[in-house]
Every structure is written in C-alpha cells, then in structure tokens.
Design a protein around this ligand. Structure first.
Ligand code: FMN
Length: 333
C-alpha cells in the first residue's frame, strides 16, 4: 500500500467534501457535517437541519447524507484510491454516520469518472418533461446502478399505478398545505428572489408557470402565493416522464444511507445521459400514505424516494454553503 503524507490526505479529503456538498438534500437543507481526524474523515448528520414535522424519524436527512457519502466515495476514487467506508461504525454515537479512510491506490475506471463529472452539473427538475421518452436500456442501467448499492429502483410501467402515485402525491400535498406548522417549516427553506442565503430552495429553482403534466404530480409550494420562480418557459414540456420508486427491503438508518447512495448513483448516471429527475416525496412524509404505497404497490418494500425521470430544456444553477461551513479539522495535541 502506498504511504501518503498528512498534506496529501488533508487535500484529498478537502476535495471529497467539496464534492459531497453538491449532493441533493431535502429542501436543500444540506444536513451534514464533516470532520477531518488524522487519516479519517467522519460524516455526521447535522440534526439542527432536520425537518421536525416533515421528517420526524430523520429518514430524509439520512438519505441526503447517504447521497453526500456517495460523492465522497466517487471523489476519492477519482483521486486514485479505494475508499474504506464504515457505515454507522459506533452504536454509542448515532450521529456518526460514516467514517472514510483512503485505502489502496487504484486508478479510477471510466464509469467512475463519468459519474464524478456530473456531481456539480446535476440539478433537480420541477416541471414537466419534453416528449422524448427515456429508452428502456437506459432505464435498465438506472435499475442496475441502484441495485449495485443494495437498493431497488422500480420504473412504474402501469398507467393505473402512475395515477395512484400521482393521487397520493396530490393528497399529501393538499393535507400538508392545510397544516400551518408544516407550511411554516417548509417556508423556512424557501428563498425569496435575490436572497443571498446558500441553502434552501432558491426562487430560480422552479419555473413560475410550470407545464402541467397528466396525470398531475403536485409540486411542493415553495412560492406559497408569491409570484416567485424562474421565467424559463416550460409550458411546452408537459410530459410526466417515467415515474420510478426507489425502495429498500428494510427501513433502518442503514437502509436510509443505502437509499441515499443508490439515489445519487442513479441521478449521476442519469445526468450523464442528460436525464433529469423531479422528486415528489410528500406522500412518503405521511405514515399512512407511505404504508399504503408499500403494501399495495411495492410488495412490502419500503419506498424511500418517488421520482419522475425525463429530458428537460434547461435547469437553473445550484446553491450550496461553502465547504468551510461544513468541514472542521480535529487537531490532536
Ligand atoms: C430525501 C429528498 C427528498 C426530496 N424531496 C423533494 C420534493 O418532494 N420536491 C422537490 O421539488 N425536490 C425534492 N428534493 C430535491 C431537493 O429539493 C434538492 O436536492 C435540493 O433543493 C438541492 O437542489 P439540487 O438537487 O438541484 O442540487 C428532495 C431531495 C431529497 C434528497
């Protein structure tokens, strides 16, 4: 095994965190923190950023952190090492989600480079898609990416099942929008135009007048009555795209981290082929609706993400907190 200097390790971990912050996270809460401790990088959940009402168990927070962990792994692979990852290494420290060390030197393969190149380019879509369908071989490739991480991505082929998922999304969105406390929690992460905050969903992150898909998949109401949103004309893009559900066999913290890594791997592979994802996770935040989906449509597997996949005209820019805000170094005396 090659010996690395402390400077080389610090520099590699810095680049890994630079990549990590571009992971998707629920409402762009970016609920992670990283600590450099000698040869080890620790990933922790930042529970102050958890959605207390929308995400009582911290499931979406851990999916977000899992996606960030995938970026760390890819960044280290591209720097020429096989990362050694321990997930949930210490039961007495539940906030410690993973530790990562730089393992043996090994050159990155082409696919790893392909995924890595998409980390900053990938964006969440919040409108209809163009009419161009996602071809079956590409969908199969997405399914393989998820299964390589231990999760299952199921493209929903039945029109009736797509209508059921759209209906559950609409029901959840309607219930949540009636709930004042829930709305206030979401508004905290919705940024007005011109905001300089580097977190939350910016007003340019969704079109002001999105084309309406059929069946209609309700979007989160980030504008909550304001004329916010980008001027991008998405009115001609009204295709639903391919609806897909990411599931895991269990529903533990370990499963959520698996789901996050699988999600990010699917999204990066999709992005490399110009396929974007729109998320509709409202129904998964309501126990009974999630259970209904699990039992009636998903053969008992636990739904972790609901998405639509398709081609879009143009995506906005992403915003993230600077690395200095999420990374600290533990100095040993
Ligand atoms: C667990 C999870 C749930 C999400 N749920 C939704 C959702 O219901 N609606 C939505 O528009 N975006 C959703 N997103 C996407 C985030 O809002 C998005 O990742 C974040 O704003 C950062 O933007 P970016 O993905 O374009 O970089 C979700 C992301 C994650 C990881």
């Amino acid at each position: 095994m090659s010996t690395r200097t402390a400077e080389e390790i610090t520099s590699a971990f810095h680049r890994a965190v630079q990549a990590a912050v571009w992971a998707p996270s629920v409402h762009n809460t970016q609920p992670w923190s990283f600590t450099l401790d000698g040869p080890e990088l620790a990933l922790r959940a930042d529970s102050g950023r958890k959605l207390r009402l929308g995400d009582t168990m911290g499931r979406e927070m851990l999916i977000s952190c899992g996606a960030a962990l995938m970026n760390v792994r890819l960044a280290l692979r591209v720097l020429g090492c096989q990362p050694q990852v321990r997930v949930l290494p210490d039961p007495d420290r539940p906030a410690l989600l993973a530790t990562v060390r730089m393992g043996e030197a090994v050159a990155a393969d082409e696919h790893t480079r392909l995924l890595h190149a998409e980390i900053e380019r990938r964006r969440t879509h919040r409108a209809g898609f163009t009419e161009l369908p996602v071809a079956d071989p590409l969908l199969e490739a997405f399914v393989s990416q998820a299964s390589a991480e231990g999760a299952r991505l199921t493209p929903v082929r039945s029109e009736a099942a797509v209508r059921v998922i759209a209906g559950l999304t609409g029901a959840a969105q309607d219930v949540q929008s009636q709930d004042r406390m829930f709305t206030l929690e979401m508004i905290r992460w919705a940024q007005p135009p011109g905001s300089s905050r580097r977190e939350g969903v910016p007003a340019q992150g969704y079109p002001r007048q999105p084309g309406r898909t059929s069946p209609y998949f309700a979007q989160r109401d980030y504008a909550h009555g304001h004329p916010w949103g980008s001027d991008t004309d998405q009115s001609g893009s009204t295709s639903t795209g391919t609806v897909a559900v990411l599931t895991t066999p269990g529903d533990s913290r370990q499963d959520w981290l698996v789901a996050g890594q699988a999600l990010q791997r699917v999204l990066l592979h999709a992005s490399a082929y110009d396929v974007s994802a729109a998320f509709h996770t409202q129904a998964l935040e309501m126990f009974h609706l999630r259970e209904f989906l699990r039992q009636e449509l998903l053969s008992g597997e636990y739904p972790q993400m609901i998405m639509r996949l398709g081609f879009s005209v143009d995506e906005g820019e992403g915003i993230r907190r600077p690395v200095t805000e999420v990374k600290q170094e533990r100095r040993t005396a």
